[in-house]
Design a protein around this ligand. Structure first.
Ligand code: CA
Ligand code: CA
Length: 415
């Protein structure tokens, strides 16, 4: 019990991380009002084209242990390599990636890579934070990790044998390295897009309320979604800047890696594989957790806005066009959003086409459905005891929920 309590304490600090202000509210009205206001006109004019999945609201769900014989040390990501290998991978904040066979009864896991000697865990949000396999992993064996050292953030490429998954630490090639002004808000999630480019989430650098105003500064790497080409090199960089990156070739000194900005601490983003929409969850400060659909070059508001609430207004920035989240919830529902995936698997047919996401602190799970006309339905599908640190997909597109306490779960319809 004591251990569980300490874990709770620890994890409340993790991700949420900032001292809540007195403003903290328990009203949930802001979310309901703002989303129904924005949706109403669209809904009326597009009523006929809305097709919410059948039974969307009538089914209740529970989570079940996905691999009863396995547990992990502070897991924060689950992924697969898309090679018909039936092998899946779990990232532990404490520095290891494990691989194992994707079978419910599996009882062995193997260390894929162990970076525990390289990372610093000093801050509760530091450690091994991201893993992505190159789209051509089967040919080149390349994979990428994002981790923090005592000096800051490092993004590296490693090489594995694509058949045996053997890898060595000395295959490391550092692609990107930058200091961290504070121990919190290090982002860290990385994933390849359908365009073959690597997307990298960075936090605003940390502290509370983005004291350095990093997220709004295009000269800073913090508070951004970055996009790089790992297969080419631009000038002296160890990676390429894609031709259509929104700030490529600018003369203002803006970081050319920036794809989108105005983010606080993006905690997981993913591509909707059928529509290629980029879904990103941004953890809030004191009041609002938000979901954004990301487009190139756009400003998602932080620290001027926290969700649809004004946060640190700045009259010199009146002309900035800010993107509103497509969905937000207040802190009566949860205090640290964890982004998920649009589900296209087979096991939970009533959830097909919905974006499944959760909250690290409250353990709630939701399914959000949105069509091209931006008409939205959002329902709570389970209220769990898990500290939802991530979601992940196996090779069949089935969804795994990662519990920071150490277990992995699947969603199943309850009787
Ligand atoms: Ca930081
Ligand atoms: Ca925002």
């Amino acid at each position: 019990m004591k251990k569980r309590f300490l874990f709770l304490l620890f994890s409340l600090i993790l991700l949420v991380s900032c001292t809540p202000s007195e403003e903290e509210t328990t009203s949930s009205s802001s979310q309901t009002e703002s989303s129904s206001e924005t949706d109403q006109s669209v809904t009326e004019s597009q009523e006929e084209s809305i097709t919410v999945p059948e039974n969307f609201e009538s089914v209740t769900y529970e989570i079940i242990d996905a691999y009863e014989n396995l547990s992990f040390n502070q897991p924060l990501y689950f992924t697969s390599v898309n090679s018909d290998s039936n092998i899946v991978f779990v990232v532990e904040r404490t520095g290891r990636v494990y691989s194992f066979e994707n079978t419910p009864t599996v009882n062995e896991k193997e260390v894929f890579i162990d970076l525990s000697d390289s990372i610093s865990l000093d801050g509760s949000e530091m450690g091994l934070l991201g893993l992505a396999f190159h789209p051509e992993f089967k040919e080149n064996g390349y994979f990428y990790v994002n981790y923090t050292t005592a000096q800051g953030t490092i993004l590296s490429r490693f090489e594995a044998d694509p058949t045996t998954y053997e890898t060595t630490l000395d295959s490391e090639v550092i692609l990107m390295e930058f200091p961290q002004p504070y121990s919190n808000h290090n982002g860290g999630h990385i994933t390849f897009g359908p365009d073959g480019y690597l997307y990298i989430g960075t936090g605003d650098g940390g502290g509370s309320g983005d004291p350095q105003n990093n997220a709004q500064s295009l000269n800073e790497i913090y508070g951004k979604l970055l996009r790089i080409d790992v297969d080419t090199q631009t000038n002296s960089l160890p990676y390429g800047i894609p031709d259509d990156n929104p700030f490529r070739g600018n003369e203002e000194g803006y970081r050319e890696e920036i794809f989108a900005y105005g983010l606080r601490n993006p905690w997981k983003f993913s591509f909707d594989v059928e529509r290629e929409w980029l879904w990103l969850a941004d953890v809030g400060q004191d009041a609002v957790e938000e979901i954004n659909l990301i487009e190139a070059g756009k400003n998602y508001g932080w620290r001027l806005m926290e969700g649809t609430k004004e946060y640190a207004t700045d009259e010199t920035m009146d002309d900035f066009e800010l993107e509103r989240p497509i969905w937000e919830y207040d802190h009566s529902q949860g205090q640290s959003i964890t982004g998920g995936y649009v589900y296209y698997g087979e096991d939970n047919s009533t959830l097909k086409g919905t974006y499944i996401y959760g909250d690290f602190v409250s353990g709630k799970l939701w399914a959000l459905w949105m069509n091209e006309q931006e008409s939205i339905e959002n329902i709570e599908i389970a209220d769990t005891d898990a500290m939802i640190s991530s979601f992940g997909l196996d090779e069949r597109g089935e969804l795994i929920i990662v519990d920071f306490n150490g277990k992995l779960y699947r969603i199943q319809e309850s009787d």
